[in-house]
Design a protein around this ligand. Structure first.
Ligand code: MLT
Ligand code: MN
Ligand code: ZN
Length: 310
């Protein structure tokens, strides 16, 4: 299985357009050693030809231009083509779904998402009805809803990959009626298994907590690619960037007793990689103590264009 990190940043990317914090400003001025990051999304393939996108960020157009594996390879005299076979959505957040609009010039979109994400994308943020006026959307239900917290699904164009979705705690988007009271299916994590090799990827760019279920799913994976949004719980207020705590945004910070570093210590995966990193997070500074601390724990930080082969 091949994985390409199209974007490794959280909402806003890095540096964020309107931010002159120590990190965003430092990167612009060249005083911080780090790299620019677009908003998070990955592409996964079992055969190197047919690809599935996990989330479609508003930076998708740029990300596709930067990624030769996802360039068109038309055949039989055609001029247009895309190796993107399907898009799987982990939630209905703006930074994860608005890139769908950038795929409107192609054939009908093959979209995999839960009923609650579908609901948000047809009401509060009606991207899917809008797309009916362009390419159209074929919705494939990922049946994580109500009593059903787990589901398997297949993507016919990628027959060597198997997909398992699991409901995770998180937040529905600010515009969603479910914001205050997320429902089962507002946020999922996905385990992708390569049927040929048995290798597994656990993907969860938004993860509010690591409970027994999450730990078990991660332990069965060869690679975990998980929420790296914040280093500390009060990172935004402490940097004067906003009032919200990490928990209020549905993200588990890396530091602290119950943080992601502690959680990953019990996970056996060969590769532990953080993604969806907010511009406020000191791990974006390659010379920071926090970045060194991650390295000591064998935890990597995803970057745009990173390729992982399992
Ligand atoms: C989040 O995950 O909370 C976001 O990155 C917020 C956003 O997209 O603005
Ligand atoms: Mn986000
Ligand atoms: Zn900033």
């Amino acid at each position: 299985m091949k994985i390409i990190v199209l974007g490794s940043g959280a909402g806003g990317g890095f540096p964020q357009w309107n931010c002159d914090c120590a990190q965003c400003g430092g990167l612009r001025r060249g005083s911080l050693r780090g790299s620019t990051r677009t908003q998070s999304s990955i592409a996964v393939s079992g055969n190197g030809r047919d690809w599935v996108l996990f989330n479609a960020s508003p930076d998708l157009g740029h990300q596709l231009r930067q990624t030769p594996a996802l360039h068109p390879r038309p055949h039989d005299g055609a001029r247009r083509h895309s190796p993107i076979r399907a898009v799987v959505l982990m939630d209905a957040q703006i930074d994860h779904v608005t890139g769908l609009l950038s795929l409107r010039e192609g054939p009908p979109l093959s979209l995999y998402c839960t009923p609650s994400v579908f609901e948000d994308l047809t009401t509060g943020l009606p991207i899917l009805p809008v797309l009916e006026h362009y390419c159209g959307v074929h919705w494939h239900v990922v049946p994580v809803a109500g009593e059903s917290g787990e589901a398997m699904f297949e993507i016919p164009d990628c027959p060597t990959l198997r997909f398992r979705a699991v409901a995770i705690n998180g937040k529905a988007p600010p515009y969603s009626p479910a914001r205050r009271d997320p429902v089962v299916g507002s946020n999922i994590a996905v385990l992708v298994e390569d049927a040929a090799t048995g290798e597994r990827l656990f993907y969860a760019p938004g993860l509010a907590e690591v409970g027994d279920a999450e730990r078990e799913w991660m332990s069965g994976a060869s690679c975990v690619l998980v929420d790296g949004t914040f280093w500390r719980e009060d990172e935004m207020p402490a940097a004067g960037l906003g009032a919200k705590l990490a928990a209020e945004m549905g993200h588990l910070p890396q530091s602290g007793d119950g943080g992601m570093i502690a959680a990953l210590r019990e996970v056996q995966a060969q590769r532990k990689v953080l993604i969806h990193i907010n511009n406020s997070n000191p791990i974006l500074d390659e010379d920071s103590a926090q970045r060194h601390e991650l390295a000591r724990h064998g935890i990597e930080v995803a970057h745009d264009g990173m390729e992982i082969e399992l």
